[in-house]
Write a new protein. Sequence first.
Length: 109
Amino acid sequence: MKRNLTLLLVALLVETLVTLLISSALSIRFIEIMFFAGVAFTALTVWFSGSGGMVTKFIDSTLSARTGLLTEREEFRFRPNFVVLASAIFLLIGLVFFVLLVTNVIPPA
């Protein structure tokens, strides 16, 4: 359990650092792009933590074309893990800040 919590915290830290670097490179406040970065992180982690997705279908098709052997196609299955959970938490925190920005609770710069 301790390993899972550590993985979650490291994923949150990495997502925060990447968003911070992007915000400083684009000269935008961190909380203004946090929601959009959370959407991107969540989409990427779901994409790579699932099985049977588009990448798997492409690899299976290429293998079948080269060898002539048919393989059983696997449907996409979502396999949640702690990195996906960390991305979803980052997304939800970003959504709260985005709503506060849009409603002018947090004033524009």
